[in-house]
Every structure is written in structure tokens, then in C-alpha cells.
Design a protein around this ligand. Structure first.
Ligand SMILES: [Fe+2]
Length: 300
């Protein structure tokens, strides 16, 4: 092949990277190069812009720590995280859908009894989440795991608090023999995504809303069923239609009911107003996919 020219450099780079040993990595790289080259040609990328872009990515990396997923945030606000979720969501119709994991999950949350408070000592209005975990046939799933986490009333997650040592607004619950669960926490509020880093700087030069609607995170799992990573969103809350990370799905919007002081679903008497949510999760069996379902529906 001759020396590089504007016309052949893309082909040359693809040919060079076609020697990547791992087949999937080879596909990922060799398909990426033509897109990046086409982009540079389309916008007429200047040397200054090329360097600014690379320096921006370097700064995103410098801001990224275990407690601060600036890299994930960049993907989130560009819609890439949610696009990836949707590309990989092959769950059959009727199953509770996935949404983004987000950067604040901690995987060693304490096991809590039904009705136990995962927001012990945290300011906010008490909120009780109950419902049933079911399969696609409507049968209850006993012993399903609900691994939950949320932000506090200032929109802060545990990993963002350097002074916190114990579990803060997170816990693992299980469904009972009838598939039902009961969680006590605080009512979630909407919050701003972290705006003090390079991604925030970029957003400040736009009219983009950098808020997320009120939500609670869940990872739902049960033996023999597909794990789902999802949220519950509060119906009627702000930012549902312009979630900064594109995470809202119609099926994940739940009704939150506010109650005057009185007897809560746990049986305790509260002298403050409180909230209740009733929401059922539906899990699909391992191996079941929307594609398989569609094939089955076609008569032979
Ligand atoms: Fe969140």
C-alpha cells in the first residue's frame, strides 16, 4: 500500500487494526475507525479542536475515581449509556424493563428484614414501597432479591460522601413466600447530576437540563430468572420528560401517594406525613427473550 493520503488513510488504518487478535475487539476497533474518520472529515476538524477534544477526554479520566464516575456521566449525558441498555434489553414483553445502572451502586449493601428502614437517621419524609415480585405467568416469586439504593434529600449518594463509613440509603430486601416485599426509606427527590467537572462545563455551554427526576434504584434478581437493573420514577414529578440521562420508561413510573400522619404499612404509628408506593416487578425466566417469543408466536 502507498503512503497515506486523505483518500486512503481510513482504509489503511482499518487494515492495520484488522490484525487485532481478539475477534470481537477487532470488530469493535475496525468499525469505529471509519466513523471517527468520517466525523473528522465531515466537520473539517482543526488541529486545535482535535487537541481540545483529546484534552477533554484526559480531564474526564482525571476526574474519574471510585466515588466519581465522570466517564460514565459523559456517556450518560450523550445518551450512549441508555442506548446501550436498550440495545441489550431483550426481555420479553410484560417483564419489568431495564434502565441505566448509574455510577452510584455499591455492591455490599446490608441484608434487611421486610419493613426495615434503609434510611435510618436520614432526613426526609418516610416512604414505604410494597408490591409483589411475579413471573410472566403472574405467579409470585418467593425469595427474590431487591438490592436498592437512592440519593438523600440533597441529591447525594453514599459514594459521594467521603465522611460516611456505614451503609447510607441502601439495602437488600427479599420477597416473602407470597412474592411480596415491604421497604421503608425516604421519599426520593429529583437531583442535579454532578456539574463541577468537565462534563458539567460542557453542559453549561448548552440549554440542556442537568436534572434527574425523583427515582429509586433497584437490582432485582431471583434464581432461575434474569436480573434486571432498573429504577422506579415518581409519577408527575419534574424532569420526567427531560431526564439528563434519558433513563425514564413509561412502565417504570409509579404512583406515589402522600398520607397524613397515621398508621404506616409496617404497622408503626407516624406523627409525620408519609408516602406509599405499590409496584409489582415482573421477572422473565433465564433464556427467555423478546426474539424467542416473537418466533414462537409465528405459526409453523
Ligand atoms: Fe440515581
Amino acid at each position: 500500500m502507498p503512503y497515506s493520503t486523505l483518500d486512503n488513510i481510513t482504509q489503511q488504518a482499518v487494515a492495520r487494526w484488522s490484525t487485532t487478535h481478539d475477534p470481537r475487539l477487532r470488530e469493535l476497533i475496525t468499525k469505529l475507525i471509519p466513523h471517527v474518520h468520517a466525523y473528522a472529515k465531515e466537520v473539517g476538524l482543526t488541529h486545535q479542536e482535535w487537541l481540545a477534544g483529546l484534552n477533554f477526554l484526559a480531564r474526564v479520566g482525571q476526574w474519574t475515581t471510585d466515588a466519581r464516575g465522570e466517564n460514565i456521566l459523559l456517556s450518560d449525558v450523550m445518551g450512549l449509556s441508555m442506548l446501550t441498555v436498550m440495545l441489550n434489553d431483550k426481555l420479553p414483553k410484560g417483564a419489568t424493563p431495564h434502565t441505566v445502572l448509574g455510577p452510584f451502586y455499591v455492591d455490599d449493601s446490608p441484608e434487611l428484614e421486610a419493613g426495615a428502614n434503609m434510611a435510618e437517621g436520614v432526613a426526609g419524609e418516610p416512604c414505604f414501597i410494597s408490591g409483589q415480585v411475579r413471573n410472566l405467568k403472574g405467579e409470585p416469586i418467593a425469595g427474590a432479591t431487591l438490592d436498592m439504593w437512592q440519593a438523600d434529600d440533597e441529591g447525594i449518594y453514599e459514594v459521594q460522601l467521603s465522611e460516611k463509613s456505614g451503609p447510607y440509603l441502601r439495602g437488600v430486601y427479599h420477597s416473602g413466600p407470597d412474592g411480596r416485599f415491604l421497604v421503608k426509606t425516604i421519599a426520593p427527590l429529583g437531583y442535579a447530576i454532578p456539574m463541577d467537572g468537565p462534563v458539567g462545563e460542557l453542559i453549561k455551554g448548552t440549554d440542556i437540563s442537568y436534572f434527574r427526576p425523583a427515582h429509586i434504584h433497584f437490582i432485582m434478581s431471583a434464581p432461575g430468572y434474569q436480573k434486571i437493573i432498573t429504577h422506579l420514577f415518581k409519577r408527575g414529578t419534574e424532569y420526567l420528560e427531560n431526564d439528563a440521562v434519558y433513563g425514564v420508561k413509561q412502565e417504570l413510573i409509579a404512583d406515589f401517594h402522600r398520607h397524613e400522619p397515621g398508621v404506616a404499612p409496617t404497622g408503626e404509628k407516624l406523627d409525620t406525613p408519609f408516602w406509599t408506593i405499590e409496584y409489582d416487578f415482573v421477572l422473565a425466566p433465564e433464556g427467555a427473550t423478546a426474539d424467542a417469543e416473537a418466533k414462537q408466536a409465528v405459526p409453523a
